[in-house]
Design a protein around this ligand. Structure first.
Ligand code: NAD
Length: 358
């Protein structure tokens, strides 16, 4: 029997609550498949700072590197907001991504038919939305040098090298090949030199994927088009900061930030995590929606472990729970038949995952 080593980083706020539910569902699918999990809990974020004085202890990097995949909750909270920048939980997370070399962030945004009324957009605009933002994660303006500030001036640098663009573009085209073979590359090439290079290189890489249709769009227009007609998009390829903003915008198409998963992948170990943060405002109340994290566990099965049947089980189980009208508090006003706690939702999905095959 295969035994997968999973690094579990629960983090802060609602992190531990939602990871526990994802583990419940993973164990449920493992019970009907030919594999098992061995979990190692590692500290990161504010909780790591409290124990070790470092938001990203070396032990966490080592443990993650020795795993088959990392399942990550969320980090951060007001308690740590006034620490020096390098001690803050968010700095630990950026450093973690860099250390693992996870340069591609995959963020699917899918609108479940059962939740078309939960979106702030009209149902006819969002029904059937199924897009994937492929965001470059360890380059661009969040990492570029020089950067700095004094009393009167602050600055950051947006920089991309050809190699960084080539590898993220390949990710986007490969994913498009498994979907409807369309990539829209988002940039600001009318203003930024870095975007002109981005556009040229993406166009060069596209030549290796003749079946994929490539289009380009300026980021300001893309922000507008996502709201006007989101169904026009399949794979959206973006740099770091544009992808950060657009993927949060895309998340609202689905109705709750608590629904959306992500995968951060590179050449080594991948990190699978919900797109939301640690939600300190609802932590400890048992009302967080665990679906984004459970869905991230499904992406982990699919992309890191190649266990597609198990991933299909989880996806089908999530859908079934929504079809049956089970809702956590964030979606309570949308065709709910029963409001459930974080833990109840995890158990319902785990039970369906055992029964579902696809
Ligand atoms: P957030 O995503 O934590 O919360 C935004 C809003 O969405 C809140 O009202 C919250 O209650 C709600 N929400 C989030 N997840 C939910 C879920 N699963 N179910 C129901 N409701 C949910 O963003 P924020 O409030 O801007 O940030 C809080 C902390 O999280 C900050 O310290 C921030 O730095 C950190 N953060 C961490 C990550 C990460 O770990 N990857 C990402 C974003 C923010």
């Amino acid at each position: 029997m295969k035994n997968y080593r999973i690094a579990l980083i629960k983090g802060d706020g609602i992190g531990p609550e939602i990871i526990d539910e994802a583990v419940k569902v993973l164990d449920a699918v493992a019970s009907c498949e030919d594999f098992d999990f061995q979990y190692e809990e590692l500290l990161m974020g504010g909780c790591a700072y409290d124990v070790t004085g470092d938001p990203l202890p070396q032990e966490t990097i080592n443990g993650s590197m020795n795993s088959d995949a990392v399942l990550f909750g969320a980090i951060g909270g007001e308690k740590w907001d006034n620490l020096p920048r390098e001690k803050r939980p968010e700095s630990g997370l950026l450093r973690f991504r860099k250390e693992l070399g996870v340069y591609a962030n995959l963020r699917p945004a899918v609108v479940y038919d059962e939740l078309v009324n939960a979106s702030s957009l009209k149902p006819e605009i969002v029904q059937g939305v199924d897009l994937m933002v492929v965001r470059e994660l360890i380059g661009g303006i969040y990492f570029g040098e020089p950067k700095g500030r004094d009393e009167n001036r602050g600055f950051n640098t947006m920089v991309y090298t050809r190699d960084e663009i080539v590898r993220i573009a390949h990710q986007a085209f490969k994913i498009a090949m498994t979907r409807s073979k369309r990539v829209c590359s988002i940039d600001k090439a009318n203003v930024l030199d870095v975007s002109q290079l981005w556009r040229d290189v993406v166009t060069e890489v596209a030549a290796e994927y003749p079946e994929v249709e490539l289009s380009h769009m300026y980021v300001d227009n893309a922000a507008m088009q996502l709201i006007r007609d989101p169904k026009q998009f399949d794979v959206m390829l973006t740099g770091n900061i544009f992808g950060d903003i657009l993927s949060d915008e895309a998340s609202m198409l689905s109705g709750s930030i608590g629904l959306l998963p992500s995968a951060s992948v590179g050449s080594k170990i991948g990190v699978y995590e919900p797109i939301h943060g640690s939600a300190p405002d609802i932590a400890g109340q048992g009302i967080a929606n665990p679906i984004a994290t459970i869905s991230s566990a499904s992406m982990m099965l699919r992309y890191a472990l190649n266990e597609n049947d198990a991933a299909d089980r989880i996806d089908a189980a999530i859908k079934q729970a929504l079809v049956e009208g089970y809702r956590t508090q964030d979606l309570a006003q949308f065709d709910a038949k029963e409001i459930c706690s974080t833990s109840e939702m995890g158990s319902i999905i785990a039970n369906y995952a055992v029964k579902c095959t696809k």
